[in-house]
Design a binder for this molecule. Sequence first.
Ligand SMILES: [Zn+2]
Length: 238
Amino acid sequence: MAGRTILVIVPHPDDAELSCDASVARWIREGDRAVLAVATGGSLGAKLSSEPERMVEERAAEQLAAARVIGYEDVLFLGFRDGELEDDAALRKALVREIRRIRPDLVILLDPLTVIYRNSYVNHRDHRMLGMAALDAMYPEASNAGYFPDALGDGLELHKVPEVLLATTDSPNYWVDVGDTLDLRFDALRQHASQLRLWPENGEGVIREQRELAAVIGREHGMEYAEAFRRVVVNPLS
Ligand SMILES: [Zn+2]
């Protein structure tokens, strides 16, 4: 499997570190390359801050540091506003451009079909909007010249993504052993200091919960720690 190009598309800085990055870290170490696309600047992550622009700068720096820990080759900030993602043509065009440029073998998203995760987490509206937009951007838009014809040429070519993994899903069918890289994911998560200071025990409570969740998921599948995904291997008709 090594040698793949992986594109991870998330709405906010820290989403990848809270969902799929132990798997990504593992695959990078096995010889894949990965690019992280972050749709918004995460300006609302401060919750009380009246300085959203400063928050965007701070969170971009944190995301770059976290991506270095995981081993991402590149981080793209798509520049949409936090809390205002819509499944519209502007967002889909931005995604189609990156898919046609990067030509990924695998795309990882947060599952937009899961509204309530494990009866405790309400999947953020931005996550659902971005997930639906990304699925539409891939099937059929990125591989059909009739969609966004001005996003072709100049290094942009039609591309059909063969495989998608949906993270934070209530319909998992694919489990990745992350025993060797889960701690790396937590090291990456710790780079998001602006968020950790808002969380219980300066983030360590969240990390403990996340470790427990990875252990619970792993235990069901004979692994110490696992991340779970809904895996979609795309039918040629898509
Ligand atoms: Zn998020």
